[in-house]
Design a protein around this ligand. Structure first.
Ligand code: GDG
Length: 457
């Protein structure tokens, strides 16, 4: 295909090792095969925006980054992206902040992105814009005369129409998506919600997956993201993974391990998870010293107040539950705020009898798929998965699905998983693994770029 230009808020080089978001991990795998550029914000600030591009080439991936002004970061990133869109799109209008300053900064940064990336675009290039930071970028590029094929993929849920309607710029923002040629979502549910808003509020029409409004047409695509399954299986067999596996099993001294791995974020349902686990301890006193919950939660977006609140709330909860149930030789929850390398993470997943993945709302959730990929085929663990994660649409074939708001359901699911016989664990795991391997990150990328290439220029 033609050259691919990916645009997203941040770019990440393949050699980076620390805790990375799901988007970074997925796009590195996708870019490895392509001749092209990954364009985004450097994460640095500058006194006065000058549009200077810093190019780097690492392991076959060219990255191009720009610095933003302090005010841009405040209004666009900490403001509109993290305090307005993220909570709203995760159904948390109670946390969403609507301020015109944020909206203005968001548009300004998208215009700056458009101005800077435009000179890099050659006539045959295909552009692929990522995620909620960049909704208006396609429109900004069209306004500047860009006639290339441009696709957009949303990594988070699209909220129901009546929730989205609370956003003052809802109609404008949704309308800008019509500037793209293809718009992709993880699930049918998110796509339906988008189409519903466009049809009811904007008067768009839809036929055979193509949405039309004011002479523009856009193909809507369900394209669930996957992991680099082969890479993750290899990671789970690496030396750091084996060492970590042994360390975990030794520390567990015969107890079953339950593991959760999440960015510290209110959408991940960590408080509800702790409550569900506490319920389990209350209802099953005989199991108390037989299990340990290890929750790994590297901090994210620490400058935003709602993230500081969740952090201190979780510390309080873990302390309270441990205080109530711990004994001299056992603590119920090990709550860890640091990140681990991917290899180590694979070893941790493999050592766990249960993967507890219970977001309140999640576009997809890659941890669920990583947990599956890391299991020992002869003795796999059980995935307990929220019905409200996009991943449930694919992994319902083998996961134990729960409503994360219900402590009782969570408690029932934990005991079910602990008692599950080996043959049932294997059967469920195989069904999920077929999906994780078949619909992996390469499949996801191919499906999207095929749809984009199929658009008539
Ligand atoms: C967004 C959407 C969607 C976590 N801790 C460590 C670590 N991680 C890695 C995991 C996983 C990634 O971070 C998290 O991905 P998720 O998909 O779970 O969640 P978001 O970051 O919220 O991602 C989400 C995704 O985009 C892709 O479209 O699935 O719904 O919200 O890969 O392994 N990685 C390392 N150490 C850690 O301690 N190395």
């Amino acid at each position: 295909m033609s050259r691919l230009i990916i645009v997203s808020n941040r770019v990440s080089t393949p050699s980076a090792t620390g805790a990375q978001g799901g988007l970074a991990v997925a796009l590195q795998a996708a870019l490895r095969e392509y001749r092209g550029i990954w364009f985004g914000w450097s994460g640095e600030t500058t006194e006065q925006f000058d549009g200077r591009i810093n190019f780097q080439r690492v392991e076959g991936v060219t990255t191009a980054t720009i610095d933003l002004e302090e005010q841009d970061v405040e209004e666009y990133y900490n403001g509109y992206a993290n305090r307005t869109l993220w909570p709203l799109f995760h159904y948390r209008i109670d946390l969403a902040e609507y301020e015109r300053g944020f909206a203005g900064g968001y548009q300004r940064v998208n215009d700056r992105f458009a101005d800077t990336v435009l000179p890099l675009i050659e006539p045959d290039d295909v552009l692929w814009v990522q995620d909620y930071h960049m909704f208006p970028l396609g429109q900004a590029l069209r306004d500047r005369g860009c006639a290339n094929r441009i696709g957009f993929f949303l990594h988070i849920p699209w909220p129901p129409r009546r929730l989205l309607a609370t956003l003052p710029e809802a109609a404008e923002l949704t309308r800008t998506l019509l500037a793209y040629d293809v718009v992709g979502f993880h699930t049918e549910e998110w796509l339906d919600a988008f189409r519903d808003f466009a049809v009811v509020e904007l008067g768009a029409t839809e036929q055979d997956g193509v949405l039309r409004l004011d002479g523009r047409s856009v193909r809507l695509l369900v394209d669930p993201i996957g992991i680099d399954a082969q890479e993750f299986i290899t990671a789970s067999r690496s030396t750091p993974a084996r060492l970590m596996f042994r360390r975990m099993r030794e520390a567990a001294v015969g107890r079953d391990l339950i593991v959760g791995v999440d960015r510290l974020d209110y959408s991940k349902g960590l408080e509800e998870r702790f409550l569900g686990y506490e319920r389990f301890l209350q209802e099953h006193p005989e199991e108390r010293k037989e299990v340990t919950l290890l929750q790994i939660a590297p901090p994210s977006r620490g400058t935003v107040e709602s993230y500081q609140r969740i952090r201190s709330s979780l510390e309080g909860m873990a302390g309270r539950i441990n205080g109530a149930y711990a004994d001299v030789d056992w603590v119920p929850i090990r709550y860890v705020n640091q990140g681990y390398s991917r290899d180590m993470l694979a070893g941790i997943y493999r050592a766990a009898r249960i993967g507890l993945v219970t977001p309140l709302r999640d576009g997809m959730n890659l941890v669920a798929k990583e947990y599956v990929a890391a299991q020992d085929p002869e003795d796999p663990g059980v995935l307990i998965l929220s019905r409200f994660a996009g991943a449930a649409a694919q992994l319902d074939v083998g996961a134990v699905l729960v409503n994360p708001y219900s402590a009782e359901e969570m408690s029932d699911a934990i005991i079910l998983a602990l008692k599950m016989p080996l043959n049932e664990r294997i059967e469920r795991w195989r069904a999920m693994m077929v999906n994780v391997e078949a619909e992996d990150v390469l499949w996801w990328r191919q499906r999207f770029t095929d749809a984009l290439e199929a658009v008539a220029v």
